[in-house]
Design a protein around this ligand. Structure first.
Ligand code: AMP
Ligand code: ZN
Length: 483
């Protein structure tokens, strides 16, 4: 079966377009990875989660995905933090060792976070420092093509030399300051200038030897070199947060296309930012969180994952603890429904509902609506609405008797299919809690039937202590949720 067609918003064209991989059935994906000098914050993690959702959507739609996510392990902030406290007389080897010690530590923390969030491991996770020869070769190639020039041991990209410089960020060429060079990796779009490809070593910094003397790569050249080396000269999708459109991705295009002489990436996909309680996260505002901070407050990683995935990736997400509560309830609804579908039930395959509606047709309609939404630029709010419609419909019926095991199997298959993308439904601890709560509910039912009121009250108090709220269902059984 050929894979489903998936459309994404392409920042290059500013339109939602079908993704047509160069090699049919195989998507190549490059995502700019973390700068490893500190813990990733929940804003960074939003971007990595949306990229995971995008990748899982292609996988579930029937594609293979060759995914490269780099680790930026040499960069200004890393050097600043790793060289603090070093003996001023430390040699280059000691400076490199200090840098590696810092980046190894935070790479591990980052990979722990992504594992806790059930992010699928990329095919390649290259560290920038392992690709210095490729970066030097790329800068040399740009120099040979007249697109780069050396100055005082550094090398700069000549933006006037590339007619389509500014195509991604849609820069006004008249406003560019050609011939003026900038050493910083990050700057505003109104100061588009000749940017740095290779930085001359300053005293007290780790360096590599190069044709221009001792130095280190600029941030932008890292991704071009690793991307071309590992995914080839044409890439289907390249992605990052919106802040990377300019200058990072604009400069990656300039470097790669200036060297290759043809288009490098077909589709550029950018995710919007996460704000906390309406504000940009900052340590001074006290609204700066890592995944560990949330977990210390008792937040389950799957609840955070669902909060991110249930919002559309191109909308600013206003993170709040209220929002997490809503996600917890939504997830509980899905999990309990899944448990009920797994249960034996009496499965008579009869019921008032059966005569008028075919459950198999309902599952199929939900599947179609789900995929139509996901294929339309990963519209997760609509895709989840299709799932919840199915849950509401089936829950509204006395499903245990109305659904045959075959029908429940079809519902479960649909839940698995959606979980291949959302990666949140099964949950061991919650399932264990569910088993305990259900045993207590059964004890209470039996006590009431035997008119053993003290026992029934004791069970009710125990459930209350656990923060469980009981709900009577139409079919006479008792449901529950956490307060
Ligand atoms: P960095 O580790 O700083 O290179 O950033 C890693 C990723 O996080 C990049 O794709 C950024 O665009 C993204 N990012 C940074 N801040 C936020 C935020 N507040 N919300 C969403 N994504 C962000
Ligand atoms: Zn990058």
């Amino acid at each position: 079966m050929s894979p489903r067609s998936i459309s994404l918003h392409n920042t290059l064209s500013r339109k939602v377009e079908p993704v047509e991989p160069l090699e049919p059935g195989v998507v190549t994906l490059y995502t700019c990875g973390p700068t490893v000098y500190n813990f990733a914050h929940i804003g960074n993690l939003r971007t990595f989660l949306f990229q995971d959702l995008m990748k899982r959507t292609f996988l579930a739609a029937g594609y293979q995905v060759r995914h490269c996510m780099n680790i930026t392990d040499v960069e200004d902030k890393i050097i600043r933090d790793s060289q603090k406290g070093l003996d001023p007389a430390a040699d280059n080897a000691a400076r490199h060792a200090a840098m590696k010690e810092l980046t190894d530590r935070y790479t591990k923390f980052f990979l722990d976070d992504t594992a806790a969030l059930r992010i699928v491991e990329p095919t390649y996770i290259p560290r920038a420092t392992a690709y210095i020869p490729q970066m030097i070769a790329l800068v040399k190639a740009l120099e040979e093509r007249g697109l780069a020039y050396p100055r005082e041991g550094s090398v700069y990209y000549r933006i006037a030399g590339l007619p389509h410089y500014g195509c991604l960020a849609r820069l006004d060429r008249d406003g560019m300051k050609a011939g003026v060079s900038v050493d910083a990796d990050e700057y505003e779009r109104d100061s588009a200038q000749d940017f740095v490809l290779w930085k001359a070593a300053r005293p007290g910094e780790p360096y590599w030897e190069s044709p221009w003397g001792p130095g280190r790569p600029g941030w932008h050249i890292e991704c071009s070199a690793m991307g071309i080396e590992l995914l080839g000269e044409r890439v289907d999708i390249h992605s990052g947060g919106v802040d990377l459109v300019f200058p990072h991705h604009e400069n990656e295009i300039a470097q790669s296309e200036g060297c290759l002489g043809h288009q490098w990436v077909s589709t550029w996909v950018h995710g919007e930012f996460l704000l906390v309680e309406g504000e940009k996260m900052s340590k001074s505002l006290g609204n700066f969180f890592t995944l560990r901070d949330l977990m210390a407050k008792g937040v389950d990683p799957s609840t955070f994952r669902f909060t991110i995935q249930s919002n559309h990736y191109r909308k600013v997400l206003n993170f709040s603890f209220e929002g997490l509560k809503a996600s917890e309830n939504a997830l509980r609804r899905i999990r309990q429904f899944r448990k009920r579908m797994e249960g034996d039930g009496s499965a008579a395959g009869e019921g008032a509902w059966k005569a008028s509606v075919d459950p198999m047709a309902r599952v199929e309609a939900a599947r179609e609506a789900f995929w139509a939404a996901m294929a339309d630029d990963l519209n997760t709010p609509e895709a989840l609405a299709a799932l919840f419609t199915l849950i509401t419909d089936i829950n509204a019926q006395d499903d245990r008797v109305a659904l045959t095991p075959g029908e429940r199997g079809a519902v479960l298959a649909f839940l698995d299919e959606t979980d291949a993308i959302f990666a949140c439904w099964p949950h061991e601890e919650e399932d264990a809690l569910g088993a305990e709560v259900e045993a207590l509910i059964e004890r209470r039912r039996a006590a009431k039937a035997a008119k053993n009121w003290p026992e029934a009250d004791a069970v009710r108090d125990r459930l209350k202590e656990m923060g469980i709220i009981l709900e009577d269902r139409k079919d006479g059984t008792v449901g529950w949720r956490k307060a």
